[in-house]
Structures are given as structure tokens and as C-alpha cells.
Design a protein around this ligand. Sequence first.
Ligand code: ATP
Ligand code: SF4
Length: 356
Amino acid sequence: MTETEPRSDVVLTAEAVTRHFPVRRGLAQLLRRQRPVVHAVDDVTVTLRRGRVTALVGESGSGKSTVARLLAQLQPPTSGRILLHGQPVAVRGGRPFRAYVRRVQMIFQDPFASLNPVHTVRYHLTRALRIHGTAGRGPAERADALHRLLERVALTPPQRYLDAFPHELSGGQRQRVAIARALGADPEVLLADEPVSMLDVSIRLGVLNLLRELTERLHLAVLYITHDIASARYFADETLVMYAGRSVEGGDSETVTQRPAHPYTRLLVGSAPDPDRITGAAPPAVPDRGDGEPPSLIRPPAGCRFHPRCPAAMPRCATDLPPRLDVGDKPGHWAACWLYDRHTAASFAGAGKGDG
Ligand code: ATP
Ligand code: SF4
């Protein structure tokens, strides 16, 4: 949250959350370590605001889905807190958890797997309405509620879809039903984990547009998980970039995608060509490449986790963990990179003058 924004806009926050998974015994023995863990997420903070979309971007295995599961309370954090309207929540089971699940709904990547093939759309939506106590009092009210849900996701006329089975719908229609089912809970937050990556390219835009419209019309706070940084520019208000379990850059989406500061973000943007990219004044020079693979999360590199791949790495990058540092003059734009440390940048520039 920036200083100037009213606190009431913040709906859900993951505050400095860490999630480590114990490694299976066989592998632990093989590695001859005491109790090794997978560092899936380390010290990540994400803030979701009313009427805004926040994109969580990174390559496979960077920890995006784990952050979503922590926010959904499907798993507890190893450390850190989940705050709903500023209040800590750590509720598993019982009424408080049911109330939480109603307010924080997830949309999954695979609409084929998330709907039961033997049940109709009517069944799926009625069940959601009943579970969350939003089904109305009698058959007429329930029918109204069902129609409203389908109209909200632009499946009209509703009668055409209510008695359809999942296999009778297209992938995009199925994902719209999954979104309608989530809306049946009357939530405040949607956690959308790669919601369009399994859909045909031709229908992705329609589903993203729908989510955008719902965000604005219903004042939802939306987390949009994606490995496609170009779509974050189009769809999200803010973007947070993750690498190997850590958040490495954040800010408004236009700035992060058009003027990426962290060498990893620049690598991501460089490999997702966007003809509209505005270059503007250049941040510290970094070659537009970064060879290699993401590191092991069982023994992540010390210092900056990107240093083994980073074309701009300096000696301290291998030992010191970079904090969030402000970038340029755009408020709220930060990168966890020593290039933006004023002292380091000065000595780096000084060393550069002697080169060649
Ligand atoms: P993808 O885009 O492929 O879904 P992601 O960025 O969402 O990747 P996560 O699914 O959050 O990444 O996984 C982060 C790391 O944590 C991975 O190395 C993964 O193997 C590991 N991991 C996730 N869940 C578990 C678990 N239950 N037990 C052990 N390791 C896990
Ligand atoms: Fe590269 Fe160092 Fe910045 Fe990490 S801290 S991204 S290694 S320059």
C-alpha cells in the first residue's frame, strides 16, 4: 500500500509470508542433511486492494501458486501473517474458516478439472449458492440467483446453459461457469491461478476482459497469477515479480512491464516481445540476457538468488541479500537488486569508468 492510499482499500494482505516444505525422507537421506526443506516462498508481501487487479508473475516453480494457497488459507505459512481487512487470520476448520472461504474464492487453471463431469451447470451453481447461504428462500428466488450468476459471466440466455454438462461447453464457457460458481459465494477476493493459460488463445482475451469488468463492477480485489508478463501489463493494475521463491520487483504494471528494473524482470520482458514497449530513460545498463536455469530451492544460492544467472552480478550479490530498493522517480516502484543501492551504484559506475 502506498502512503497516500486509504487503508480501507486494502482487503487481503500476505505479510512477509514464508512457506517451506519438508523434503521427503529418501531424498533427505540422499542429501545427507538434517531436515532439508524446499524454500517455496521466502518473505513475500502481497497486498490486494478493492477494485484492483494485482498480477503475480514468474516462471514455473517461482512460488506463485504457493502464495495463492497461503492467501486462500489452504496451507498455513511457515512464518508471516495473512491479514483480512487488517486483522490476522489463522483459522482452519469451523465457522470462521467457512466465513473466510466465502470471502476469498479461488479460480483454477483447468476448468475441465474444476467442474464435475457428471453434474450440470445448474447443480454446480446451486450447490455453491446453498453452501454459502446465498440461494434465496424459495425456488423462484433460487432461479433468479442462478440467472443473475450466468448473466454476470455473459452466459446468456441462462436457460441455454443451466442444464448443460461440462463436456457440452467450450473451455471458455467452462471457465465462465467456474467464475460464476466463485461469484455465488458473494466474495470480496478472487485468487485466479493462471485462469486463461489452458484456454485457446482466441478466447483468452474475452475471459480476461470479463474478470476485469467484474473487478470494477463488483469492487473485487483480484490476484492474477501468470507467467505471461505481457498480459500483466494489459490486465493488472499492479505487478509483483517472483524469482525462486522471492519477490524481486513490484510497482504499477505499466512501469514494471515497460521500464523493468530488476535484471530478471528485464529478462522476462525481453523474452515476451511487446511491440508497444516504451523505452524512455534507461535504468542501470544490464545486457538483455541471463543464461541458465532457476536454482535449487532446497539449497538456494546465498545473497541474491538470481546471481548465478545475472549478467550484472557483482561480488556482494553472492553474499548479501538485496532489500527492496526504490527505483527511479516512480512512487511505489522497487527492485530487490543491489544495482539500485546508491552506494553500490556509485562504486559500480566508478569501476566502469576505468574499463576498456
Ligand atoms: P507453476 O507456474 O509451475 O505452477 P509456481 O510458480 O506456481 O509454479 P509453486 O507451485 O508455488 O510454483 O511451487 C514452488 C516450489 O515449491 C516448487 O519447487 C514446487 O515443487 C514446490 N512445492 C510446491 N508445493 C509443494 C509441496 N506440497 N511439497 C513439496 N514441494 C512443493
Ligand atoms: Fe543481479 Fe546483483 Fe541485482 Fe541480483 S542483486 S539481480 S545478482 S545485480
